[in-house]
Ligand binder design. Structure first.
Ligand code: UT7
Length: 347
C-alpha cells in the first residue's frame, strides 16, 4: 500500500514586512538583504499563534479534497513555534477545525519538520494505523526572531502549509522513499537558549534576550549547502535515479544563495528548482509545503511528476523525500468521483 499527498494548501498572514522596515530599524540595507539572502519581503502575524496560521490552510486543504474534518483521523504539526509548550498545537488545530475523530501530536524537527512529519504520516498510512493524516508544517518565526540582531532578524517570516496524506488509489504515484539524518553535536549552532527545562523563563533570561533564535550563520550556511546535496544524492542513488529524473526539486528556503549552490552542485537547472524565498523568507517547517501549494495553484505540478523534497535545519538535521506527485491540477479534487463519495459520506 502506498501513501500519497491527495490535497495541499497554504496560508500566510496578510501583513508584509519589507526590507525597508529593517533599513529603518537596524544597520542594514535592502541591497544587502537582497544580495546576501534573496529575500525581498516576508509575512508577519501580528496576533494569534501558529495554530491560527494552520487552521485556514487545513480547512482549505480539506475543502479541496471534498472531505469533512470529521474524516481526518490524525493531525501532525511540525513546528518550533508551538502556541504553548503544552498542550500540543495539534490539539488546538483539532478543536479549530472540529476534527472530532482525530488524535495527533506536535513534532520538533525545525526546518526538516514538514518532511519528517510526512515520513511519519507515510508510515501510519502504509501500516493502516491511520487513513487520513493532516500534515501541517507551520511556524510563526517572527515570534522568536531577535529584532535587534541584523544577522538573523531579516531572514524569517510566518506561514503554514498543510497536506492531506491518504492511501493512494494508484501504486504508480505517491510517496516512494525518504531519508533523514541528524548530528546533535551541532545542536547549539542553531537554537533558542532559554524557555526550555535547562533555562526556564526568568527575569535574567528575558533581560539577556535568550528567548530568541541564536545561530552561527556561516556554519549553518556551509552545513546546509553540503548536507542538502549529500542527502539528495544518497536518496537518488538508492532509487537508481539521477538528477535528470527529477521534475521538481523542492529545497528548504533559507537563503537564495544556498538554494542556488545546491541546485548547481546537483546539476539542476533553475527552472526545476522551486524558489519563493523572495516573498516569504524562511518560514522554517512551512517553506516546502508553501512551495508545493503555490506551484500546484499555478498549475505547474502535474500528476506523475517526480518530486524530491530536501531540507536542513537545527539539530543539525537533514531530510529528503521522493514522491511521484498524485494530484492532477486540471481536475480539482472535489470534482473527482472518489471525493464526491467522501463528501456524501460526510453529509
Ligand atoms: O533554516 C536554517 C536557519 N538559518 C539559516 O539558514 C542561516 C544560514 N546562513 C545565512 O543565510 C548567512 O550566513 C547569513 C545571511 C546569516 C549571513 O550572510 P553571510 O554572507 O554569511 O554574512 P557573514 O555572516 O559572513 O557576515 C558578513 C558581514 C558581517 O559584517 P563584518 O563582521 O564583516 O563587518 C556581518 O555582520 O555581513 C554582516 N551582516 C550584515 N550586514 C548588513 C550580517 N547580517 C547583515 C545584515 N545587514 N542584515
Amino acid at each position: 500500500m502506498r501513501a500519497a499527498i491527495t490535497s495541499i494548501s497554504h496560508y500566510v498572514p496578510p501583513d508584509i514586512l519589507d526590507n525597508q522596515f529593517f533599513e529603518s530599524n537596524l544597520d542594514t540595507s535592502d541591497q544587502w538583504i537582497r544580495s546576501r539572502t534573496g529575500i525581498v519581503e516576508r509575512r508577519i502575524a501580528r496576533t494569534g499563534g501558529t495554530s491560527d496560521l494552520i487552521i485556514p490552510a487545513a480547512q482549505q486543504c480539506l475543502n479541496k479534497r471534498g472531505i469533512a474534518a470529521s474524516e481526518v483521523d490524525c493531525i501532525l504539526v511540525a513546528t518550533v513555534t508551538p502556541d504553548y509548550v503544552f498542550p500540543s498545537t495539534a490539539s488546538l488545530v483539532q478543536a479549530g477545525i472540529a476534527a472530532r475523530n482525530a488524535w495527533g501530536f506536535d513534532l520538533s524537527a525545525a526546518c526538516c519538520g514538514f518532511i519528517v512529519a510526512l515520513i511519519v504520516a507515510t508510515r501510519f498510512v502504509e501500516s493502516g494505523a491511520a487513513q487520513r493524516v493532516l500534515v501541517c508544517g507551520a511556524d510563526k518565526m517572527t515570534s522568536i526572531a531577535n529584532y535587534q540582531d541584523r544577522t538573523s532578524a531579516v531572514l524569517f517570516g510566518d506561514g503554514a502549509g498543510v497536506a492531506l496524506v491518504e492511501q493512494s488509489d494508484d501504486e504508480s504515484v505517491g510517496i516512494i522513499d525518504h531519508l533523514a539524518h541528524m548530528d546533535g553535536r551541532h545542536a547549539k549552532e542553531l537554537y533558542m537558549p532559554a524557555g526550555g527545562s535547562v533555562r526556564p523563563a526568568s527575569l535574567e533570561t528575558v533581560n539577556n534576550r535568550q528567548h530568541y533564535l541564536v545561530q552561527d550563520g556561516s556554519t549553518v550556511f556551509k552545513a546546509a549547502s553540503k548536507d542538502i546535496v549529500d542527502i539528495t544524492q544518497e536518496l537518488l542513488e538508492r532509487n537508481g535515479m539521477s538528477t535528470d529524473d527529477i521534475r521538481w526539486f523542492v529545497p528548504h528556503q533559507a537563503n537564495r544563495r544556498i538554494i542556488d549552490a545546491v541546485g548547481e552542485r546537483l546539476g539542476l537547472d533553475s527552472e526545476r528548482v522551486m524558489c519563493n524565498i523572495q516573498r516569504y523568507g524562511n518560514t522554517s517547517s512551512a517553506t516546502i509545503p508553501l512551495c508545493l501549494s503555490e506551484w500546484m495553484e499555478k498549475g505547474a505540478l502535474h500528476r506523475g511528476d517526480n518530486v524530491v523534497l530536501s531540507s536542513f535545519g537545527a539539530g543539525f538535521t537533514s531530510a529528503s523525500l521522493y514522491m511521484r506527485w498524485a494530484i492532477a491540477p486540471d481536475l480539482p479534487a472535489e470534482e473527482t468521483e472518489d471525493s464526491l463519495i467522501y463528501a456524501e459520506a460526510a453529509d
